[in-house]
Design a protein around this ligand. Structure first.
Ligand code: GDP
Length: 486
């Protein structure tokens, strides 16, 4: 978020002095200044109200976060198992999980919930969230310190007795019952209707009385937060541009730490700087999938149809010599950043632009891919750092082509502030698929999709389509059954 606080020189790498544990942190503005050298799209302007809310939230994290008497006191209360009526500081511990895109969306969702409910946000570091980002809040860590007293909190499931849903069903939480010392909030795709009653006012009224919440999700639950009347006016004031919620939250919260910044800056300076235009192509494939000529055809037809990349001349085309001559003096360099677990798509694109002249001879096309990790890995720091660096590099692109239903792509598009061209999923995913026609379409919004949206209001015992409750919350184009977006 720009216009927050002044930091040191824009040429310094991020996090050098802002790294927490010290009391002299810098706000997100500092990191943003550093990245404007790399980021051409300044992005949307945050509302003045959002900026002031962030300032107040930073003060809350500072006043109540780890290392403060308030935090020690709240931990003691949690250990005692007693509840407290109107405590000064309340907390939400976020357990983001799954791939990095999922984890980033989950952390952003928990942060917005923390903003809306005046809770201190603490991110559980056990899933690798501690080695990737700068600390966002000045003078206070957002990481949950070791020694958190809830036994087994990282592995609670929807069966755990203390989930909000189970406590509601068993009447441990509810009108008349004194609030529990903590509650687990389970918002994964297999969450029950009781769990998902979280999204309505009645659920929020109960949870407001609970000092410690531990939230587990792998989803962008933000569109669901618009369902509670209690939040809607505040959300409207914070985000007058509703399609930019993750854009603002993401640019505020997620800045590569020094190590990852090194990956981003070195790659950018070596391969991407100097291009007149940068096109990012995110090819989400899975480890066991064979290379797919159909997917390659989808990428070329999408990018050429929408003039993101030039068409190429056939070998032997009489105009090729003239095009080649023009290319030798060409001024305009177009860089393509491909990200994928597999190298094959990038190799094919690169060969295509080497072996054939671009039909527009004024453009030279260079194609790059930072890594090809082959398989998604879990709990491997270097793998996550590459993934984060690549998401960030994609977010520097002028235009993006993404794979549908991929949170990796969602994070890149939100940080970039662009509506991507989304490659539609083929009808049949088992190898016999034809290239979808059309191959891609531009997303209606840069917002991520909430895949596991609630479709039942437990309080009213009503099945519903949430898009009929809040008209600007819509079904996702790339996940129409059960997905919601702003
Ligand atoms: P999603 O599964 O597409 O929604 O995206 P996630 O980011 O949540 O999970 C995919 C994970 O696989 C990433 O976090 C990486 O660990 C890995 N991965 C997938 N695609 C890429 C890629 O293009 N580059 C790198 N470095 N890793 C990738």
């Amino acid at each position: 978020v720009s216009s927050l606080r002044q930091g040191p020189s824009p040429n310094d790498p991020p996090c050098t002095r802002g790294h927490r544990a010290t009391t002299t942190g810098f706000s997100a503005a500092y990191y943003s200044t550093v990245s404007t050298k790399y980021r051409r799209n300044p992005g949307r302007r945050p509302s003045a109200y959002l900026v002031s809310k962030l300032r107040r939230h930073e003060a809350l994290q500072w006043r109540c976060g780890p290392g403060t008497p308030a935090y020690r006191n709240a931990l003691e209360q949690l250990k005692s198992g007693e509840s407290v009526v109107s405590p000064e500081c309340r907390y939400i511990v976020s357990l983001p999980y799954q791939g990095l895109g999922n984890r980033i969306l989950a952390a952003a969702s928990a942060f917005l919930y923390a903003l809306l409910t005046d809770r201190v946000l603490l991110i559980d570091p056990s899933d690798g969230m501690d080695g990737l980002f700068c600390e966002p809040f000045p003078g206070a860590t957002w990481l949950l310190p070791p020694g958190f007293p809830l036994q087994g909190y990282t592995s609670f499931t929807n069966d755990t007795a203390e989930t909000y849903g189970n406590m509601l069903r068993n009447k441990v939480i509810g009108a008349g019952a004194s609030p529990p010392a903590f509650a687990y909030v389970y918002l994964h795709s297999d969450a029950s209707a009781d769990d998902k009653s979280f999204f309505w006012d009645e659920g929020q009224a109960l949870l407001r009385r609970v000092r410690w919440l531990v939230m587990r999700t792998d989803n962008y639950v933000v569109p669901g937060l618009f369902l509670a009347d209690a939040f809607r006016a505040e959300l409207d004031a914070l985000f007058p541009e509703r399609d930019a919620v993750f854009h603002h939250l993401g640019r505020y919260l997620f800045h590569p730490n020094n190590h990852v910044w090194g990956l981003v800056a070195r790659y950018h300076d070596a391969y991407l700087a100097g291009a007149a235009r940068l096109v990012g192509v995110q090819v989400r494939v899975f480890g066991a999938q064979p290379n797919s000529p159909e997917l390659l055809a989808q990428i070329t037809s999408c990018t050429q149809k929408h003039k993101l990349l030039p068409e190429v001349l056939a070998t032997g085309d009489p105009t090729a010599a003239a095009a080649a001559a023009a290319a030798s003096g060409a001024k305009s360099k177009l860089a393509v950043l491909v990200t994928s677990l597999k190298p094959w798509y990038q190799e094919k694109l690169k060969s295509m632009y080497w072996e054939h002249a671009a039909s527009n001879g004024e453009v030279v096309v260079s194609v790059h891919q930072p890594s090809h990790e082959e398989y998604q890995r879990f709990g491997v720091g270097s793998h996550d750092r590459k993934a984060w660096a690549e998401i960030y590099l994609l977010s520097l692109a002028d235009e993006l082509v993404t794979t549908s239903q991929s949170t990796f792509g969602y994070v890149a598009q939100g940080l970039a502030g662009v509506r991507p061209w989304v490659m539609y999923k083929p009808d049949n995913d088992h190898g016999t698929a034809k290239v979808p026609d059309p191959p891609c379409g531009q997303a209606a919004s840069m917002e991520p999709c909430f895949f596991a949206a609630p479709n039942y209001n437990l309080w009213k015992k009503q099945w519903l389509d949430p898009s009929t409750v809040v008209p600007h919350v819509k079904n996702c184009a790339d996940f129409p059954w059960g997905g919601l977006m702003l």
